[in-house]
Design a protein around this ligand. Structure first.
Ligand SMILES: [Zn+2]
Length: 666
């Protein structure tokens, strides 16, 4: 991208003013630093034709670039097993040498290049890619398969069919000119400038207006019809489908236009590209891929009305659309910050699903994230911001963390302001985690290092043990942090040695503090609720940061407690043990406002004899609409042969939720 140098200087300046640079996790990340390159690639023009039955690509790639050094004599291109036939630099023949492992080429410039000049390089080549570009069905002896060619560039596979610097820290505008047999549709990134027919072949020309990262370059070829529509703000949308499956288009792409409107409003920045296409392909190895302006997805999502409830494209559709901002418009500078793509896409797809499927659905997604994250932490304590921390951290845990960040910032409105500012600071650029932190701090004036330390740069989750007692007109809730203490989890302990942010000692006094705090504790604001039998409630928000904290809630008139909630609605990712009496569980299961709190009360009844809990569970079942609570009740009553339970099972057999019906059968 053109302004790389300027951007770096601005960032560097901004970072110098910070006391510490915290762009690294506490566990070494081999992918922390972005890769080096000596030229800035600015534009790629790709001209392609194919011999599909041979899986052969014939190409010409023309790069426009600018040196980033005072003198450049050679340039590296990633090109795995690509066969170069000629290379020209600024129109003159250039020598080139393939690397020993066939991963790319060194191009030797016929004349040294100086910085800030605009240079060009063109490569004539052929390849039979084993990855990155896939030929589907061209050699099917029974001629039953669809015939398609499609690409999957992420992480670093586009270099198998395009010779280029294939790294996300250098963005460029791209254009693709593809010659292909008539009868097929060709899709690539950007605007379709033309499709001209000659001698039974059509030449398709697509071009991007704005720069994007190399892994987002895409190509899709097959037999399709296209439904053209547009958002309220006029973004052209092209929905590809197989001509014989016209009846599946509407249900598959349900909410697509509404989604675009919703995202533009929620994110606060108009859709950053010229158009948006979605194309299904056969045999796709993932769910979908957010190629810039052109999402490609597995055709198993093309559903009819009957299977819509079981497997629909809504969440994935929203996820990939969110990536057009988070991933495509702003792109992680290195893989260490991959979560800036996936956690955001997951957060926004969950927020959109909340819009159409409701709050319970959203909360259950967060709960599932919590369960899976805690399970993952048993294997290792890798943090969200780490290239190797895996999909549970990069997707759902990171999304949960963003939701917590939203709470800490003060809610959806201020969160949205921060995210808008973050995007506005880096249009079509690269970002790392520090950029997000700085943006939040600039908008709110808050100091948020601690939050990013705990939840992004460090791994693990807190575990709380909660008890309570009533003393002299007070309800005292005692909260203990009982997670395994570690230097790579929780809140870091500041050392008394200046410049040392993390101490190796387990216990160390903070300057000016008389209390000792071990490394690995969490600091979070947590809500407490005491519900009384007269229907009133006391609520209190308190920071929990020491190993043991006592939360005091006044109850001068000695009202009878109905039930107590620690972190109602499970806003904080954690595990918790809080033993509650049968009376409390019953009240919580029947009365708590949040589905998650009702679910937890029911789940806590697991070991209570059926004869004691049956009537309560039947009552809860009648009131509940969300499947998770119903499924839990069915599981707990599975062995019960009481008439009332049998009647409930019969009724549950025709429940509108598949998961509930399935639970009865199982
Ligand atoms: Zn994604």
């Amino acid at each position: 991208m053109k302004n790389t140098i300027l951007l770096t200087l601005i960032l560097f300046g901004a970072m110098l003013t910070r006391a510490q640079l915290k762009t690294r996790s506490y566990i070494i990340d081999p992918q922390l630093a972005p890769r080096e390159h000596n030229v800035d690639f600015q534009h790629l023009r790709l001209e392609l034709s194919f011999l599909p039955a041979q899986g052969l690509v014939k190409g010409k790639a023309t790069h426009i670039f600018t040196p980033l050094r005072p003198r450049v004599d050679s340039i590296w291109l990633d090109a795995i097993r690509i066969r170069f036939s000629s290379v020209k630099v600024n129109g003159k023949d250039a020598k080139f040498k393939v690397s020993k492992d066939s991963s790319g080429y060194w191009i030797f410039c016929p004349q040294s290049l100086a910085w800030e000049t605009k240079d060009s390089m063109s490569i004539m080549y052929e390849c039979n890619p084993r990855r990155g570009l896939y030929f589907i069905g061209w050699n099917d002896p029974d001629n039953l398969s669809r015939k398609q060619i499609w690409s999957q560039g992420q992480g670093i596979d586009n270099r198998n069919w395009i010779p280029m610097y294939d790294e996300m820290n250098d963005k460029m505008t791209t254009e693709m000119i593809v010659k292909f047999e008539k009868g097929y549709k060709v899709l690539s990134n950007g605007t379709k400038l033309s499709s001209k027919e000659k001698d039974g072949m059509i030449t398709w020309h697509y071009k991007m207006k704005h720069p994007h990262a190399p892994y987002l370059i895409m190509l899709g070829i097959g037999v399709y019809d296209i439904l053209q529509t547009k958002s309220k703000t006029g973004v052209p949308m092209y929905l590809y489908y197989y001509p014989e499956w016209k009846d599946r288009v509407e249900i598959t792409y349900k909410y697509s236009e509404m989604m675009m409107d919703w995202f533009e409003k929620e994110i606060g920045i108009p859709y950053p590209w010229e158009s948006y296409s979605q194309i299904p392909v056969q045999d796709f190895m993932f769910g979908a891929m957010e190629n810039t302006t052109a999402t490609l997805f597995g055709d198993f999502f093309l559903v009819d009305d009957r299977s819509f409830n079981d497997r629909n494209y809504v969440g994935v559709n929203a996820h990939e659309l969110a990536h057009q901002w988070f991933g495509d418009y702003v792109t992680a500078r290195s893989d260490a910050h991959h979560w800036l793509q996936e956690s955001f896409a997951t957060y926004y797809n969950q927020m959109f699903e909340r819009e159409v499927f409701g709050m319970d659905y959203f909360n259950w997604a967060r709960r599932t994230a919590q369960v899976n994250s805690i399970e993952e932490s048993k294997k290792n304590k890798l943090p969200v911001a780490h290239s190797e921390s895996g999909s549970v951290r990069h997707y759902p845990k990171g999304a949960f963390v963003l939701n917590m960040l939203k709470n800490v910032l003060g809610g959806r409105e201020v969160y949205n302001k921060c995210i808008k500012h973050y995007l506005q600071q880096h249009p079509y650029g690269n970002v790392d985690t520090e950029d997000l932190l700085v943006a939040c701090e600039e908008v709110t004036g808050m100091e948020l290092d601690w939050f990013f330390e705990e939840w992004v740069y460090k791994g693990g989750e807190p575990a709380y043990s909660v008890t309570y007692k009533e003393v002299n007109g007070l309800t005292e809730i005692i909260v203990m942090q009982v997670q395994e203490l570690s230097e790579v989890t929780g809140l870091p302990v500041q050392s008394s040695v200046p410049g040392n942010s993390v101490s190796t000692a387990d216990f160390i006094g903070l300057p000016g503090e008389s209390v000792y705090r071990p490394a690995g504790l969490w600091k979070m604001p947590i809500w407490f609720e005491v519900h009384y039998t007269d229907g009133t409630v006391d609520k209190k928000l308190q920071w929990i940061e020491m190993q043991t904290e006592v939360v005091k809630i006044a109850n001068p008139s000695g009202k009878k407690i109905d039930y107590i909630l620690f972190d109602p609605n499970n806003e904080v990712m954690k595990s918790v043990s809080f033993a509650k009496s049968w009376d409390m569980l019953r009240s919580q299961a029947l009365k708590a406002a949040s589905m998650l709190d009702r679910f937890d009360a029911v789940a806590a009844m697991k070991d209570i004899p059926v004869r004691q809990k049956r009537d309560v569970l039947l009552q809860v079942f009648e009131k509940e609409s969300f499947h998770a609570v119903k499924v839990e009740i069915i599981a707990q009553l599975a062995a019960d042969d009481d008439d009332k339970t049998i009647a409930l099972f019969k009724k549950a057999c025709s429940d509108k939720e598949t998961l509930v019906r399935r639970a009865v059968i199982e």
